[in-house]
Design a protein around this ligand. Structure first.
Ligand code: XMP
Length: 561
């Protein structure tokens, strides 16, 4: 069996918070139900719906994005804002409550980040989590002290006040996940402890006026009742109605695109990957032929990839697409190049040249559409340094033409990856596209070790096609973050029939991951591996040996180059 959740390192402090401590299965199910259907959403469907949002003020915890995810899971729109965001920026969201996040600082340290006055003056409910709870304590007149020892890991929470709406539908005791050094020594006036653990008499405090503090992290999977607590806060305490759905997102987003673009023209670099495909489809739905997509075939795509992508977008969705077969240009420039970073650089540069050439032929263009996602946005605006959240940067094809003086259109900038897939399903994109595994911008060039030649690319394509085919037949495609073949530069001796062979060594790479930051090699069944290896060696001329990569990331990376 494939091990779905093998990758978390033992110490969660070093883990990146992503969408997926959470069970994406709910989402997968919804998406399966709507997958392939024609779009249900219309602008009329949500017009007049009253906006409501929960605002998470970011004090730098690595779990912050998860808080936003959890709230959105309960169909309430949620945004993470720097902890010092001015009220004018928050008011348009029509916040119904605030969550003050955890964070690495100590409230008694000099210059410790605190919450703006409007949080308390607004009269809106406030939920402080870990550091956020200490912020409330300090600002409302209590005392926080350094803990004598750090409390880290599971604890049992005993609820003292089962009537508190925060604990609705929770058992009287439940496991929670602690991760804190400082602790509350004296509660602010008017507060009382409403739940406790053995080491934390003030594990949950409340003032009877909808201000709460939690010492533990409700957003992580290790707090099984955490989802219920957040849901209770959002619905029972903040009074949200829950009108944020993928359908309403699509409708609102289309309306916003129309408003922003007006009669302008938009271009988009289509790669066939999920993000660019969803961006293109969403914008096309909104403004039709005002959008032109440029699809550059760099000669480094997998078998049938360009044809299939074009078929979906041109034939089925009727989009304006400029297809550029630039294989020769890329492959000529890659001749003799063996260094992985040099390959990336050449491919990135060539892509910009081609994209700009094609764009200039269209005439006047006003907007460049990009598939920027929420985690990228958060990374660039986070107000508190979260070193652990830095994501390795790659030369992605989407975001390159910085010197083009176009306004950016980024309709997915508030979505998480799995929400993007749901939008794709909602828009009626084929399952194959919606659930596609990530594929790197430099394509097969970084899976063809050493020099990239047409001959080696053909061999790699044939092997990769077999691998994909078998993985899909075994129903493992979606469980794997990525699965692919690498053509090494090693040749070895073999024997086929009565003949000696001297062929390439191919490697199979299949990993499970939540976010590509860490990954584990997938425990693929032996008979599946055997079938893949047999088929590759028998059907692909040029490969006579197959190995399976059994290293995790770290210390390896997912790609070999
Ligand atoms: P690594 O190999 O660093 O990859 O573990 C992490 C994720 O990033 C993808 N990747 C790239 N994507 N341009 C891209 O667009 C690149 O140069 C690149 N290098 C790696 C990789 O496939 C995996 O999903």
């Amino acid at each position: 069996m494939v091990n779905e959740k093998q990758n978390p390192p033992p110490d969660d402090r070093h883990r990146i918070a992503t969408t997926d401590d959470i069970e994406v299965s709910t989402y997968l199910e919804i998406a399966r139900e709507i997958g392939g259907e024609q779009p249900a959403a219309t602008v009329e469907g949500v017009s007049g719906a009253e906006r409501e949002a929960i605002v998470v003020l970011d004090f730098g915890s690595q779990y912050n994005l998860l808080i936003a995810r959890r709230v959105r899971e309960s169909q309430v729109y949620c945004e993470l804002m720097p902890h010092d965001t001015p009220w004018e920026k928050i008011a348009p969201l029509n916040p119904k409550g605030f969550i003050l996040s955890g964070g690495p600082a100590s409230v008694y340290a000099k210059d410790a980040p605190l919450a703006p006055a409007y949080v308390y003056e607004s009269g809106l409910p406030v939920l402080g989590i870990c550091y956020g709870m200490q912020v409330i304590t300090k600002q409302l007149g209590g005392q926080v002290a350094p803990g004598t020892k750090r409390e880290y890991g599971h604890a049992v929470l005993h609820i003292n006040d089962p009537d508190s709406p925060l604990f609705s539908e929770l058992p009287e005791s439940t496991t929670v996940w602690m991760s804190h050094g400082d602790k509350i020594e004296e509660m602010p006036p008017g507060f009382a402890p409403i739940a406790a653990t053995e080491n934390s008499p003030y594990a949950v405090i409340g003032n009877g006026k909808n201000i709460f503090g939690l010492q533990f992290h409700p957003e992580v999977a290790h707090t099984p009742g955490g989802r219920t607590i957040l849901k209770n806060f959002v619905y029972k305490i903040c009074g949200c109605r829950g009108n944020w759905t993928i359908g309403s997102f699509v409708a609102e987003s289309m309306a916003r695109i129309r408003e922003q673009v007006g009669k302008g023209k938009v271009i988009n670099a289509l790669s066939g990957g999920v993000d660019s495909s969803v961006v293109a489809t969403l914008i096309h739905r909104a403004i039709g032929d005002q959008l032109t997509c440029i699809f550059v075939n760099n000669g480094l795509l997998r078998r049938e990839e360009a044809e299939r992508t074009l078929a979906v977008f041109k034939q089925n969705l009727g989009m304006n697409i400029i297809y550029v077969d630039a294989s020769d240009r890329f492959l000529n420039r890659l001749k003799g190049v063996t260094d992985p970073e040099a390959k990336r650089k050449i491919i990135g540069e060539e892509f910009i040249h081609i994209f700009e050439e094609e764009a200039s032929r269209i005439g006047r263009v006003d907007f460049l559409a990009q598939g920027t996602l929420y985690p990228d946005v958060i990374e660039s605006v986070s107000s508190v340094s979260t070193a652990s959240a830095k994501i390795k940067s790659h030369h992605n094809v989407g975001g390159l033409p910085a010197r083009m003086t176009l306004s950016l259109l980024e309709p997915l900038r508030y979505l998480f990856k799995d929400e993007v897939r749901l939008v794709g399903a909602e828009l009626g994109l084929p399952e194959e596209m919606v659930w596609r595994q990530p594929f790197p911008g430099p394509g097969l060039a970084i899976r063809c070790i050493g020099e990239v030649t047409r001959e080696k690319l053909e061999i790699l394509r044939a092997a990769d096609f077999i691998l994909m085919n078998e993985i899909k037949k075994a129903n493992l495609y979606r469980q794997l973050w990525q699965s692919f073949c690498v053509l090494t530069d090693v040749r070895s001796v073999g024997v086929m029939g009565d003949f000696r062979t001297y062929g390439y060594l191919a490697a199979i790479r299949a990993v499970t991951s939540d976010d590509a930051m860490t990954a584990d090699w997938a425990r693929l069944p032996y008979d599946l591996l055997a079938r893949i290896s047999n088929r590759i060696v028998n059907e692909v001329d040029g490969i006579n040996r197959v190995v399976y990569d059994i290293t995790s990331k770290p210390p390896s990376t997912i790609e070999w180059e």
